[in-house]
Design a protein around this ligand. Structure first.
Ligand code: HEC
Length: 299
């Protein structure tokens, strides 16, 4: 019997320590790799923190004296803590936090404290309720990693923040995509193009890429140009020179130039892959709208 108790105690202490380590990792990693995370990876860190916080909270809750358990007063923190945690992940603060590492660490600390409190209070309120609360918190953060609750406008603000733009080189990284089109599609996600460009014909911050290649583009100076290869190229590398009617000038980041062209990208493989992908979305794709020979393949 007493052997059992010791085992239980070891398990509790172990899960408390493991939880603290896992949670601490999520809090501190922003300090060191602040500029190296993408939004999805970043929210996975939140999920990691919630998991660690939950483990710690379950261990702490098990230490509660029994008269403190199942008290109705715990319902309040059990409901409020996750709500406050959510507020701390409010997307409109992303860009600001990206440029203020210390605040960002504090923000993570706040989220971690809320997670500990939420799971602890739930478990103290009704024994066993801590587990679903833990799963809920981790699930919520994981859903955010999948893009849930991140509005395009805020992604845009984040992407144009220097801290984030500077990292995109690393994120695009070497890629195993088989065809240029597939690589282009992948890049449109990893480089954040999809935050502003939709693939369904609906206007976003920028124009949808459906039927752009080969189609006439109305410019603010009243002229119209057909979007051939050189137009698409210019629109991506020198957005400050392309002003489409109906879109705010200067909204498209100019930072892609250094990520897609220049000495390090002499073959312009990524740039051409993006243009190949844009071509797959148009029914007027032609040799004139496709990248020059080597990158053009298939359709
Ligand atoms: C922050 C929002 C934003 C991001 C991110 C963004 N764009 Fe844009 N893009 C725009 C806007 C706005 C325009 C219209 C530019 C103008 O009129 O000044 C535009 C225009 C374009 C055009 C011309 C489209 C047309 O209909 O003629 C292309 C091509 C393009 N972007 C490609 C890209 C690629 C490739 C990426 C990612 C590597 C990207 N954009 C990322 C906002 C964005």
């Amino acid at each position: 019997m007493s052997n059992n108790m010791t085992l239980k105690r070891i398990a509790l202490v172990g899960s408390g320590i493991a939880g603290t380590v896992i949670m601490g990792y999520g809090i501190l990693v922003v300090l060191f790799s602040h500029e190296m995370t993408t939004i999805p990876i970043h929210h996975l860190l939140h999920a990691d923190m919630a998991a660690g916080a939950g483990m710690l909270a379950m261990a702490l809750a098990a230490c509660l004296p029994s008269r403190e358990r199942e008290r109705s007063g715990w319902v309040l923190p059990a409901v409020l803590a996750p709500a406050v945690g959510l507020l701390l992940m409010w997307p409109s603060e992303y860009a600001y936090l990206m440029s203020h590492p210390w605040l960002h660490v504090l923000d993570h600390l706040g989220i971690a404290v809320c997670s500990v409190l939420a799971v602890f209070a739930a478990q103290a309120y009704v024994r066993g309720l801590g587990w679903p609360m833990l799963v809920l918190l981790v699930g919520m953060d994981a859903a955010a990693a999948g893009g849930f609750g991140v509005s395009p406008g805020n992604r845009e603000a984040l992407l144009s923040s220097p801290a984030f733009a500077a990292t995109e080189n690393t994120v695009a990284g070497p890629s195993q995509a088989a065809s240029p089109e597939a690589l282009g599609k992948q890049l449109s996600q990893s480089l954040g193009c999809i935050a502003c460009h939709r693939m369904d014909g609906i206007k976003g911050v920028g124009p949808s890429w459906i039927n752009v290649a080969g189609y006439p583009q109305k410019l603010t100076d009243g002229t119209t140009v057909v979007a051939d290869y050189s137009f698409l190229r210019k629109a991506i590398l020198h957005p400050e020179e392309v002003h489409l009617e109906g879109f705010p000038a200067g909204a498209m980041p100019t930072s892609y130039r250094t990520m897609l062209s220049g000495p390090q990208h002499a073959d312009e493989k990524e740039l051409n892959a993006l243009i190949s992908y844009i071509n797959t979305l148009s029914d007027r794709s032609s040799p004139a709208t496709q990248p020059p020979a080597p990158a053009a393949s298939g359709k």
